[in-house]
Write a protein that binds this ligand. Structure first.
Ligand SMILES: Nc1ncnc2c1ncn2[C@@H]1O[C@H](COP(=O)(O)OP(=O)(O)OP(=O)(O)O)[C@@H](O)[C@H]1O
Ligand SMILES: [Mg+2]
Length: 480
């Protein structure tokens, strides 16, 4: 009873003190103070996530950056009025995050409420500042009821990090990397990069529609397969072998795959790699969510199991990199080195990587290199047939079969007989600079196909005649 009387006497005084403390304070600051006081008296827990760890040179904390991205994309943050925007390197658009003293009430975790705050603190003025910006300490704070402690720490915060990473990946400027020759390596520049802005996509890729759908389904399954890969104990990687004649869209397909998945591309030039050790170092430097490409694998370096017997000239050779150097005892680049490069990474490192080899001559590759499991899918890119032509006509001329029924019919027939690459067909359909209309472009293609067919027929006749002549000669010899 006595204590009730004491509290009754104290309450107006406490109210007066609180009123004094909050006088002139913004609504947001008041809310912040209220929550701080609540944290002391109630059963709520708060976790603080600073922007930098103890050592500033190590850069911004990954956790902080992930929360920033998560909150910037969260529906719960839609009501926030004060935002900050900055242009960060390697991003496609300005990065928007919540400003200080804003509160976000986040109910996206199974009915549990998390309160998020961003804040900046400035230490007292007598501290010596070494770098501009060092004086301020930013952090995020998350408040929640203590009964959800384990759920928040073990489940919700990891989910925040994962979602934040996904937002960052979506917003970042993708990059195309190429490897530098090792004599120009330092600790950070094994790979050079430029912004990856190839416009290719699966809609504009001209190829057999069933095969296209099959590849899209395969990529979707790969993308969604994180748990499945973990369940079956397989690393989250996939290998594609793209083979086919020049100009059939192998490189275009790589760009379409990278665009679909939102991955970076590492274009590995094997002729600039001197030995297996260098190859391993390069591979270790690649990041996840990437497509690693070796184009023209059959001619970039001699990769057969019995190289000494089956040497063949390398088509692409860098000037400072002789064959002798590659073959110098243990210090060479070998098939087993490349296999380790695939398998070692496959089993050892994180995940979400696609490796693609391209070749014009699949038959010349060592079977070990392309066996299933290494190259999971072998994709044949072939000459342009009618379905692929329709896609190209739509891409380049914005026309359909119904508009040019007769010409499409003739082209359909000719493409059954003539092997013309999509690259060549596309060339005839380009109007740029030539001021040609769609009809003239189609006619140009028909003429080219007819000429190619006439050449084919002449060659066939020539061969038939040669055959007849050699049979006649044989008969004459036998008659003698
Ligand atoms: N299947 C296709 N669909 C759409 N465009 C294509 C296709 N194939 C080729 N092209 C066009 O032709 C150009 C050359 O194609 P690409 O470089 O992809 O051929 P490739 O198969 O990689 O040839 P190479 O074997 O010589 O490397 C592309 O820029 C693209 O415009
Ligand atoms: Mg190519």
């Amino acid at each position: 009873m006595a204590s009730t009387q004491v509290w009754a006497a104290l309450l107006p005084i406490l109210g007066f003190i609180l009123g004094l403390m909050t006088r002139g304070m913004s609504h947001a600051k008041f809310k912040l103070l209220r929550n701080k006081i609540a944290a002391y008296f109630s059963s709520y827990i708060q976790i603080t996530i600073p922007e930098y760890g103890a050592e500033r040179f190590q850069g911004r904390s990954d956790f902080f950056v992930a929360i920033e991205a998560y909150l910037s994309d969260s529906n719960s943050a839609l009501g926030v009025r004060k935002l900050k925007a900055e242009v960060v390197s390697n991003t496609k658009k300005p990065q928007v995050s919540i400003d200080d003293e804003q509160e976000i009430i986040d109910n996206s975790f199974d009915g549990v409420t998390l309160w998020w705050y961003a804040q900046t603190e400035y230490p007292s003025s007598h501290i010596i500042i070494n770098h501009p910006g060092d004086e301020r300490r930013r952090f995020y704070r998350v408040v929640f009821h203590k009964k959800f402690r384990d759920d928040v720490i073990n489940t919700f915060l990891p989910r925040v990090i994962e979602n934040g990473h996904a937002v960052i990946a979506n917003n970042r400027q993708r990059r195309l990397f190429t490897n530098n020759p090792s004599n120009r390596w330092s600790s950070t520049n094994m790979w050079s990069h430029v912004a990856f802005q190839h416009p290719a996509n699966f809609t504009t890729l001209a190829m057999d529609p069933t095969l296209k759908e099959d590849i899209i389904n395969d990529l979707n399954a790969f993308e969604e397969g994180k748990d499945y890969y973990a369940e079956v104990g397989k690393a989250w990687k996939r290998g594609y072998l793209l083979f086919g004649p020049p100009g059939t869209g192998k490189s275009t397909m790589i760009a379409a795959i990278a665009n679909k998945l939102g991955y970076d591309v590492y274009d590995l030039e094997l002729t600039a790699v001197k030995n297996n050790t260098e190859l391993r170092k390069l591979f270790i430097e690649t990041k996840e969510k990437s497509v690693i490409v070796i184009e023209d694998i059959d001619c970039s370096v001699n990769l057969t199991s019995n190289r000494q017997n089956k040497r063949k000239p390398s088509r692409k050779k860098s000037s400072d990199d002789s064959d002798d150097e590659k073959d110098d005892g243990d210090t060479k680049l070998t098939l087993s080195g490349v296999l380790n490069f695939i398998d070692g990474l496959w089993s050892a490192c994180g995940g979400e990587r696609i490796i693609i080899f391209t070749t014009n001559n699949k038959d010349e590759l060592d079977p070990a290199l392309i066996r299933r499991g290494r190259m999971d899918k072998h994709i044949k890119m072939s000459y342009c047939r009618y379905d692929a032509f329709k896609v190209l006509a739509s891409n380049y001329l914005k026309i359909t079969e119904n508009q040019f029924f007769e010409k499409f019919g003739e082209i359909h027939q000719l493409l059954e007989d003539v092997d013309m690459s999509p690259a060549d067909v596309a060339e005839h359909l380009m109007r740029m600079g030539k001021k040609k209309d769609a009809d003239a472009c189609l006619q140009g293609l028909v003429d080219a196909l007819r000429n190619a067919k006439a050449d084919m027929d002449t060659k066939k006749k020539g061969k038939a005649k040669e055959g007849e002549r050699s049979t006649e000669n044989k008969d004459t010899v036998e008659a003698k």
